[in-house]
Design a protein around this ligand. Structure first.
Ligand code: URA
Length: 234
């Protein structure tokens, strides 16, 4: 990585201040003063800024239990962003992997690794997301069978021309179901139930691929992902 980019990522310096620090001789790599901003640094190099070692942050991967009322983008006039719940250094480097609606709760993944998040959100990967859904209308046995079949086959959502990919529905009780989908269309779960004459009262994401929301996390709490959770998306 270029030295100015490395400093921008691992210190409080902006890219332009990083360039100034380099050209004014404040940076050394492996004890040699480097004044070339494009100098290539390896992760194993020892970089000093005014004689002090720089601690690299590396990539960060988190799961959050999203509460109601928070949005998965930057703050608007009405709602705070879920990123406000992440009390770590350089939160502005982080981005949210896929979005949940303001009234949806549950598993949100957050990282600063763009390639990793792309693997999860890329339509080519068909990464499975599972939701706990509370329904307004009661399901009887016949209705349940019908909806399971329609979701499995794929159905047309309002104003769309391409059927949804096969989805799995597990009936837990007559108003509670688990739905697994492989896509991330706008308001997809709510629109799928609207398409079969029902209405989603509450929506909670429980898993993304092999990563399941940690039941130890209360709403609004987060933790770093384990190595196994991170590599499960490779
Ligand atoms: N589907 C929805 O309708 N809303 C969400 O937040 C996620 C999936």
């Amino acid at each position: 990585m270029r030295l100015d980019k490395y400093l921008g990522q691992n210190t409080n310096l902006s890219r332009s201040l990083a360039k100034k620090a380099i050209s004014s001789g404040q940076i050394s790599v492996n004890l040699e003063c480097i004044k070339n901003t494009a100098f290539k640094v390896k992760m194993s190099d020892q970089v000093l800024y005014c004689g002090e070692p720089i601690v690299t942050l590396g990539h960060r991967y988190l799961m959050l239990n999203k509460p109601l009322g928070y949005i998965c983008s930057t703050q608007d006039e009405l709602h705070p962003s879920v990123l406000n719940l992440i009390d770590i250094d350089k939160p502005d480097r982080l981005h949210i992997v896929g979005r949940l609606d303001v009234d949806t709760t549950g598993l949100v993944l957050i990282t600063d690794d763009g390639q990793w998040s792309h693997r999860i959100t890329s339509p080519k990967r068909n990464c499975q997301k599972t939701y706990q859904v509370d329904l307004a209308e009661t399901l009887n046995a016949a209705l349940s069978r019908d909806i399971i079949e329609r979701f499995k086959k794929g159905l047309l959502l309002k104003n769309e021309f391409k059927a949804t990919l096969p989805a799995q529905l597990v009936i837990q009780s007559n108003q509670k179901v688990l739905l697994s989908i492989q896509e991330g269309r706008y308001h997809q779960v709510k629109r799928m139930f609207a398409a079969v004459g029902n209405h989603v009262e509450a929506l909670h994401r429980v898993s993304i691929g092999a990563i399941t929301l940690d039941t130890q996390l209360s709403e609004g709490e987060w933790r770093y992902l384990t190595e196994a959770e991170i590599t499960s998306m490779n």
